[in-house]
Design a binder for this molecule. Structure first.
Ligand code: IMP
Length: 199
């Protein structure tokens, strides 16, 4: 029966992160082989997550989980969105480009989005879910922790940027934390229907 879950990413950080988030389940997590390239041709985070999970599942004939995330800025019509990772060469370049494009725009509303999909070995998506974290883009960086756009993403409810938050708080309030919180009852439901084996 099913126990192995292949993460549709070759990023070693993902296995640690997902291992922690899915610790209540006895999954045997593995990364996809690096030579298995996936083109992210979807138009939304969810399309990309589905595309990655289905492709890895059908190619390896294994269950697969994929996530796709990024930052959507309202005044930039949702950009960088699915292009968040490709918006510049380094985190520094990406942040600078975003701040330059926003200029003095007073509409600083933005949201981080994380989409997650799980596909069975036939490539059928059995779970899809999403988490969103609302925030504002600052005019300059604040905070030292985290990665990516964290230093300019301010969460009004906590009066802190993602880069100022202790990691456990970011994990709780972030788009990824919320997506995984939504995911857990959906996985439990599959176990209850004996689609997954708890043993
Ligand atoms: P991925 O889909 O998780 O690989 O994320 C794509 C890109 O979105 C990353 O390279 C980052 O630029 C950005 N991103 C996603 N999540 C976060 C976050 O929690 N903080 C900062 N940037 C993020």
């Amino acid at each position: 029966m099913f126990k192995k879950l292949v993460i549709a990413s070759s990023n070693a950080g993902k296995i640690r992160e997902m291992g922690g988030l899915l610790r209540d389940f006895d999954f045997e997590l593995a990364l996809k082989p690096p030579e298995l390239d996936i083109e992210e041709t979807g138009k939304t985070f969810m399309e990309n997550a589905i595309l990655k999970a289905s492709y890895i599942a059908t190619t390896l004939k294994q269950w697969s989980i994929a996530d796709d995330s990024g930052l959507m800025v309202n005044a930039l019509n949702g950009q960088p969105g699915i292009y968040s990772a490709r918006y510049g060469k380094t985190d520094f370049d990406r942040i600078n480009r975003l701040l330059t494009e926003l200029k003095n725009n007073t509409n600083r509303q933005a949201q981080f989005v994380c989409a997650i999909a799980i596909a069975n070995p036939e490539g059928e998506v059995v779970i899809q879910t999403e988490g969103i974290c609302e925030g504002e883009i600052l005019t300059q960086v604040r905070g030292e922790s985290g990665f990516g756009y964290d230093p300019i993403f301010f969460v009004p409810e906590f009066k802190q940027t993602f880069a100022e938050m202790p990691p456990d708080l970011k994990q709780k309030v972030s788009h990824r934390g919320k997506a995984f919180a939504n995911l857990i009852p959906l996985i439990n439901h599959l176990f209850d229907r004996n689609i997954f084996d708890r043993k």
